[in-house]
Design a protein around this ligand. Sequence first.
Ligand code: FO1
Length: 333
Amino acid sequence: MNASAPALHSRDGPVLALSGGIGGAKLALGLSRILPPGELVVVANTGDDFEHLGLSISPDLDTLMYTLAGIDNPETGWGLRSETWTFMAALRALGGETWFQLGDGDLATHVERTRRLEAGETLSRITDDFCRRLGVQTKILPMSDDKVRTRVRTAAGWLAFQDYFVRRRCEPAVAELAYEGAAAARPHAEFLAALADPRLRSAVICPSNPFLSIDPILALPGVRAALTACPAPVVAVSPIIAGRAVKGPCAKMMTELGLPVTAAAVATHYGDVIDGYLVDHGDAGTVACPGVAVATAATLMTSLADREALARDVLAFADSLRRSRAEAAGAPA
Ligand code: FO1
């Protein structure tokens, strides 16, 4: 074998990432670009999914798929780049609902997913096939093939997620969150299998909104236990930088939920699920969580190089935790 050729199988094991929303997809892209093909599985939140205009829409699956395929809209982070809006304009002319913007190309994803779901296919099988057709080699796995829907309790009562997030632009104050269906939903078998795989290098919780993107995944039966029992280090990246969320309603929600808007508050929120926590350099020394190792990195991802650098830092941190865990156990590192 040619010594200079890249290793066909990496010495390190596979990596599992938990992701939702735009922030998560950025780190997932960074991880996909620094890992050998097939060494990354990204578990996607499906709590944002909803039925709209008779279509089954899975925003976090599509954001991941489009981002990893390099066809995402770089301005919004969701939907397709160089999109056209003929359908939306025609729908508006007919008095249809246009608060949730569906581009013409994006519409094809929803129409075809809806057709295949109604034909009895699972969300994960459809996602696999869409990724193959888009040339995405990273495995994008819905957290469950069963229906889970995030709901938000506000002064205006309980709201469906997209009603809160898009229609009302996150304005209502959040008093409580619920993940309808989670208790009866089964985590995808490949998700639990990856967490139990002795070859797993790390489980990474991406810098997504903990309440909207990660908690729906943690609410599935057996997921918290599987993460706590995971043989590999579980490392989360803080979504809060110097008291502010990079994007979206996370900071506003934390205030409304009575939490301080700090990286430390998110570490406490994840609690015993995580072994390591990566915060921005600006938050160094602000987190002391029993049983959680803390490291710092440049966590603001604006360029592709930032995404790759943060991915490298996360995995280097996880590898160091695994080595110190092995040394503590007296095993060879
Ligand atoms: N977010 C918006 O703020 N406005 C939209 O009109 C909108 C449309 C949309 C269409 C497809 C899709 O996959 C995502 C879309 N999003 C839109 C984003 C979406 O609400 C969020 O990305 C997730 O649900 C949470 O991150």
